[in-house]
Design a protein around this ligand. Structure first.
Ligand code: GAR
Length: 210
């Protein structure tokens, strides 16, 4: 369906529960060839190793500036013949050279209904603002932070007694369901981008029947 190879890289900075959801998806997991983190202590790296997937650390501190870190990241993905990239809790801004190497082929997961609450503290910000509904967004990464065309969204209701932990827990449940589905559509070449609008094409009939 797509002329891009489906080899997938996952970038993650933290615990990696979303990486786990991707690895556990039978249509996505086998395509993950490398997991990269900016933090050597990220549990995501251990999860990758436990699955026999290459785990690589690419630390900003090891590079003189943001642009050279970005290039190093791009080069390590290109060396591994990666076709697509999933940001699963990657807490850094992805630079222009990496984005240019994977046009419309990088997906980000964000714990709010963009364009509300962009940035690194979306769950805290939503609670502090007092919204009654927040949610999850999966979007294509472009040059602006938390800005690219939206692939999938799902609301999560905020409860009266929610704190960051409880709300984050319910957001995670939604993420673990919708992120693998979106990444699967990406690597199967089923995302058609028209300006800001993304059409997610249906799966092939034979697969549904199979
Ligand atoms: C996820 O909730 C993801 O939406 C968020 O980090 C969490 C990672 O969880 N990403 C951002 O906030 C990006 N700005 P995980 O490590 O358990 O997958």
């Amino acid at each position: 369906m797509s002329d891009v190879n489906p080899r997938l890289a996952v970038l993650a900075s933290g615990t990696g529960t979303n990486l786990q959801a991707l690895m556990d998806d039978p249509q996505v997991g086998p395509h993950i060839v490398v997991v990269v983190s900016d933090r050597p202590e990220a549990m995501a790296l251990e999860r990758a190793r436990a699955r026999g997937i290459e785990a690589v650390v690419c630390r900003p501190a090891d590079h003189p500036d943001r642009a050279s870190h970005d290039r190093a990241l791009r080069d390590l993905l290109l060396e591994r013949d990666v076709g697509y990239v999933a940001l699963a809790g990657y807490m850094r801004i992805v630079g222009p050279e990496l984005i240019a190497a994977f046009p419309n082929r990088i997906l980000n997961l964000h714990p709010a209904l963009l364009p509300a609450f962009p940035g690194m503290h979306a769950v805290e910000d939503a609670l502090a603002w007092g919204v009654k509904v927040t949610g999850v967004t999966v979007h294509i990464v472009d040059e602006e932070v938390d800005h690219g065309p939206i692939v999938a969204q799902e609301p999560v209701r905020v409860r009266e007694d929610d704190d960051v932990e409880s709300l984050r827990g319910r957001i995670h449940e939604v993420e673990h369901r919708i992120f693998p589905r979106a990444v699967r559509a990406l690597i199967e070449g089923r995302l058609k981008v028209e300006g800001r609008v993304v059409h997610v094409l249906e799966e092939l009939e034979e697969r549904e029947g199979g």
